[in-house]
Write a protein that binds this ligand. Sequence first.
Ligand code: FE2
Length: 326
Amino acid sequence: MRRENVIGRANVEDTPELDAYYRELEARELGALWNVANEIEPWHPQPKSMPMIWKWREVEPLVRRAPQLVAADKAARRVVMLVNPGRKEWSAAVGLLYSGIQIMNPGEFTSAHRHQASALRFVMEGRGAYTVVDGERMTLDARDFVLTPNGTWHDHGVEAGGTQCVWQDGLDIPLANSLDANFYEVHPEVVQTPAPLSRANWAKPYSPVFLYKWDSCLAELRKEKSFEYRNPLTGGPVMPTMGARLERIEGATSAIRHTGSVVYQVAAGHGWSEIGERRFEWEEKDVFCVPAWTRYRHGAAGEAVLFSFNDFPAMKALALYREEYV
Ligand SMILES: [Fe+2]
């Protein structure tokens, strides 16, 4: 029990009589709120996630070993996960967000499936990668951004004439699981037969655009400091639970904290971030994360571009989003 000597907060002294009472409650699957109230209703968010950086120079050799050790079809999805030490039990990179690095050799593919968790991908390198989302086949090049919204059938692979491809997968698996709302299905065919997807009368709660090519997004980013990947029909985020953006960092940004978590990948350049008590130096392809309600700012001596995805749309839909410059 964490006692607080503040009016309105739990501050109950232990006594032999109370100890006996607590044991009786416990025996009947009951408990005294005042013993946990100060913990379960903290003054402000207390994320278990830690600020983390996964340096590509350390991650890359381990990712490249996976294809030598595990067949793509046996693994179903051959991915090296980014695991936050504070959120291991949820397989989260940070907060309610999952992230992993997927690697695929030329000629390999994943079988078609769908799940209630939403997914996005940011391509790190390689030629010849493709993904098929609800039948629509798209070719993926380095730094392209692609969606597989919740409930869409998807499979992906690399053309036989391509090169080894690597991309970051971002999903809201911990969110879906913490809400006990996740489902998984395999497609009746091993892979989908590509077919055009009609956008007529689009009423789905996610963007009708699945693929955002790097060159056009970078051209938009040149006009502003940041570029939000948007659903063109609503102007809102690409999916109901997760948003994504590019930011151009030149000099230092203002320090901010907010509810919701962010996973960053360095798209270009190098720089630094101060996140809570930690300071990270980053370069291209490094991945780092910002836990909820943790003060942070970024900086770069030259120009750097950060890709990131977040759970802000989920937080906003639940009226739980809050931010402040600090
Ligand atoms: Fe998937």
